[in-house]
Design a protein around this ligand. Structure first.
Ligand code: ZN
Ligand code: ZN
Length: 198
């Protein structure tokens, strides 16, 4: 470290400050010099979830650190904390269901290069290992990935949600109906109806 004003650290700071205005980008070359940091509050819409049934309510707050895994060939590690209130349509009754996230996270990204394989090669057991193309990673992509990983497979408003009657369409959480249905099967029937209606 030379300690001079325009040394590597000052250049890094300038680059950091310029890019933090929009979607922060962490270049693997910069991460080789020193770790990057982020501390953001993002309004709904900044991180795109690409799922019309999923909505961000209020600010998404995240902070943490991005660095290279020691001894790796460009493997990037992102560690931090993320807090956001998400809302999704309940899979059973279609009413809004809240999914608060307030959690530490740790995600890893390997470069897409020979020897590492394609992104499609990720199996369920490696869900927290992603891949990046090009020179680095965009923070908003990382935040989206962690939010999606945090949501349950089945998004329901409550464990005891009774869903929609497949015969008359009544939301049975609000009012019961007199339809004859097979109690064991009707949740699946409701799902099938929803899917065939799309
Ligand atoms: Zn429900
Ligand atoms: Zn009914």
């Amino acid at each position: 470290m030379c300690g001079c004003v325009l040394g590597p650290s000052a250049q890094w700071f300038l680059r950091f400050a310029r890019l933090s205005v929009g979607n922060m980008f962490f270049h693997v070359r910069d991460l080789g010099v020193r770790a990057g940091r982020f501390d953001v509050e993002l309004a709904p819409g900044v991180v795109e979830f690409l799922d019309p049934k999923l909505r961000q309510k209020g600010l998404l707050k995240a902070n943490g650190k991005v660095d290279l895994v020691t001894g790796s060939l460009g493997e990037i590690r992102v560690r931090g904390h993320l807090a956001v209130q998400m809302e999704a349509d309940c899979d059973r009754c279609l009413e809004p269901a809240g999914f608060p996230i307030d959690s530490d996270f740790e995600l890893y990204y390997r470069p897409v290069e020979e020897g590492y394989g394609e992104e499609t090669a990720i199996d369920e057991g490696e869900a927290e290992m992603g891949f990046y193309e090009g020179d680095g990673i965009e923070l908003n992509d990382v935040l989206r990935e962690f939010v999606l990983l945090s949501l349950p497979m089945q998004r329901i408003c409550s464990e005891v949600c009774k869903g929609i009657c497949p015969v008359c369409g009544q939301n049975r959480n609000q009012k019961s109906c007199a339809c004859q249905t097979n109690a064991a099967d009707d949740r699946w029937e409701a799902l099938k109806e929803l899917r065939s209606g799309n």
